[in-house]
Ligand binder design. Structure first.
Ligand code: FNR
Length: 364
């Protein structure tokens, strides 16, 4: 049996296989109110039908100012919880595990959608003031969106917002909560010396820069049932070797600390902290070495994401013990049934049954 289609136990939650749909913003909320729509049900539901073991919903803002765009999902009221419950239930009915990424976009909030240029939105155009550890905007010359350095009460409010969103995600029926601490969004902005210029308990040393991520992870863990896993997505590196920036050694150290806070898996991505913080090359497995580094340095389970497009490639990652979970983004946009096709190619159809409704299409 291919290792990709072996189950993965995290606490008392069993992922039926090692394929996860990466969280991907859909920018598809209609009313600028953060409520899930039919798009989210169909989009996430299709990938559960399509054989993914874990379907992770997109970056979901814990408060309105934490949205990247006005069309992002939110989870700051019970109405938001109720709008998402149907999607979580449908994913479960397909035998997949529903997860949700809890997020705050920090200084990268208040933008138009990618297909409208990802431009900073001025308040007159529906934008808002962004918050960050320090008051430098993204990008550096952004005039339209003011960025304010968070004070102590903002920080306390943020931790509470993550806690409340975790409670609502639990009530909505999600089985995995992922804290988004990557890609230059708010929690990563605290981690990285590139964006964190604070001189209080939340900036300066490694311990102080990582304090907020640890406190948020602990708050989510407190709300999350003991039998369900918590993931944290990090940027394994800032890709800025010439600067005082976040490194893979920092990531390995943080992973151990997050395990102590009750995290169960580190989802290792990279980049995003500044416009020049990205890998030179984005081919197959382009972030796998980062995940491997974290995995070798700690006992915590690790997922790798980036450039995984074939069944054989995902199988090799798991079989060669390079990561516990193969996380697939864009290939799952191109092919919602990537999981079913992978099972077919690897001769694991018994482990990943085609829905009865589709059986005739998969006959040999
Ligand atoms: C993303 N990505 C992303 N990452 C994340 O942590 N939260 C998110 O909400 C999003 N949103 C998002 C939207 C879209 C349309 C894309 C294409 C990407 C990044 C994504 O999860 C993944 O890490 C990268 O796409 C790299 O993986 P692939 O695409 O090479 O498999």
């Amino acid at each position: 049996m291919p290792d990709l289609f072996t189950s993965l136990d995290l606490r008392e939650t069993t992922l039926p296989n090692r394929l996860m749909v990466s969280p991907m913003c859909q920018y598809s909320v209609d009313a600028r109110d953060g409520l899930a729509t039919d798009w989210h049900l169909v989009h996430l539901g299709s990938r559960a039908v399509g054989g993914a073991g874990l379907v992770m919903a997109e970056a979901t803002a814990v408060e309105p100012a934490g949205r990247i765009t006005p069309q992002d999902l939110g989870l700051w009221s019970d109405e938001h919880r109720d709008a998402l419950a149907r999607t979580a239930a449908f994913v479960r009915e397909q035998g997949a595990i529903p997860g949700i990424q809890l997020a705050h976009a920090g200084r990268k909030a208040s933008k138009s959608r990618p297909w409208a240029g990802s431009e900073p939105l001025a308040p007159a155009d529906g934008g808002w003031e962004t918050i960050a550890p320090s008051d430098r905007p993204w990008p550096y010359d952004a005039g339209a969106t003011a960025t304010r350095a968070m004070d102590e009460s903002d920080i306390a409010g943020l931790i509470d917002a993550f806690r409340a969103a975790a409670r609502r995600a639990r009530e909505a029926g999600f089985l995995v909560a992922e804290v988004h601490a990557a890609h230059g969004y708010l929690l990563h902005e605290f981690l990285s010396p590139v964006t964190n210029e604070r001189r209080d308990a939340y900036g300066g040393s490694f311990e102080d820069r990582t304090r907020l991520v640890r406190e948020v992870t602990q708050a989510v863990r407190e709300e999350w049932p003991d039998d369900r896993p918590v993931f944290v997505r990090i940027s394994g590196t800032d890709w800025l070797p010439e600067r005082d920036a976040w490194t893979v050694a920092d990531s390995a150290r943080l992973a151990g600390d997050l395990a102590d806070c009750g995290a169960d898996l580190i989802d290792v991505s990279s980049g995003g902290i500044s416009p020049d913080s990205h890998p030179d090359w984005t081919g197959p497995n382009y972030q796998l070495a980062l995940a491997e580094h974290v995995r070798e340095a700690t006992d915590i389970a690790v997922g790798t994401v980036g450039g995984i497009t074939t069944a054989e490639q995902a199988e090799a990652i798991v079989r060669n013990d390079r990561a516990d979970l193969a996380i697939v983004g864009r290939e799952f946009l191109r092919d919602p049934y990537f999981g079913l096709r992978a099972a077919d190619r690897l001769d694991a159809r018994d482990r990943s049954p085609v829905p009865e409704q589709y059986e005739r299409a998969f006959e040999r």
